[in-house]
Ligand binder design. Structure first.
Ligand code: CO
Length: 274
């Protein structure tokens, strides 16, 4: 059998996914920045959320799962793929992705090497850069006596600790930056306790999510009884909205790109070994 002498590098961007067209602008922004950084390396996409993929398929928009995307990339002739997680924390979606990437390596006539880049928040440095980026950016629209409440997703996975962890990095800069989650800890009740202790009157709400999709529209800014906007207004706070996904912010995209660089460099080093 002839040795596989040629190599073909590719990038697979993997996000949770969104069905909201306006929210997809954040994914487009990330892709544009990555293509500028690596103009020679083709980029493909996958969404980890099956529900999102099914909903999009009904509208005629086909987005692959990570396993399907890697199979298609193998068929296209890619031998080395850097998979970049566009998730925020290394939670359930990220760990599933690691298992899939591991399982898809070294299949006959398939991709030889796959390296996965960390999500946005992984190391101490990521936390510092994220807190600093959000702090600097928020001061362009809020005054220091107004609170910035970041709405994270929250998870039953042990990585939920990244959310209360982020509060530590916020506190190094500004006690009026407050971290909360929809489905984990800290809760909106924890957030309100802190806002009251700080004597806050005006609150800026912003999602700590890659895209400002369904959760930002409904759980954060919605008019229902359970939205954070409604809950905070009921408690007498003035609420202002900043429905911008992290993927729209260059300071955040820079972190994802640095994680992708690590994955690509690892591919190159591994490739030299054989
Ligand atoms: Co969700």
């Amino acid at each position: 059998m002839a040795p596989q002498s040629t190599t073909q590098h590719g990038i697979l961007l993997v996000a949770f996914g969104t069905t909201i067209p306006e929210a997809q602008a954040a994914y487009h922004h990330i892709e544009k920045r990555i293509q500028e950084t690596y103009p020679q390396i083709p980029v493909r996409w996958a969404y980890t959320a099956a529900m999102v993929r099914r909903k999009l398929a009904k509208q005629g928009i086909i987005v692959s799962s990570p396993a399907t995307a890697l199979s298609l990339m193998a068929d296209e002739g890619f031998t080395h793929v850097a998979v970049q997680s566009l998730h925020v924390i290394p939670g359930l979606e990220y760990h599933d992705l690691l298992r899939i990437a591991h399982a898809m390596r070294w299949l006959p006539k398939g991709i030889r090497q796959i390296c996965v880049g960390d999500p946005l928040l992984s190391t101490h440095t990521d936390m510092e850069r994220t807190a600093e980026g959000l702090h600097q950016w928020s001061l362009t629209f809020r005054s220091p006596h107004e609170a910035l409440v970041m709405m994270g997703h929250g998870t039953p996975h042990p990585a939920n600790v990244y959310y209360p962890g982020m509060q530590y990095y916020f506190d190094q800069r500004d006690a009026n930056m407050v971290m909360g989650t929809i489905e984990g800890y800290p809760t909106i009740d924890n957030v309100m306790t802190r806002l009251k202790a700080n004597g806050i009157q005006t609150v800026w709400l912003m999602p700590l999510l890659t895209v400002a999709g369904d959760h930002a529209i409904k759980d954060m800014a919605g008019e229902t009884d359970q939205s954070w906007k409604t809950i905070l207004e009921r408690e007498g706070f003035e609420v202002k909205l900043m429905p911008t996904g992290l993927g729209m912010m260059d300071a955040m995209v820079d972190i994802w790109i640095d994680h992708l660089k690590v994955a690509i460099n690892k591919l190159r080093t591994d490739a030299e070994l054989r």
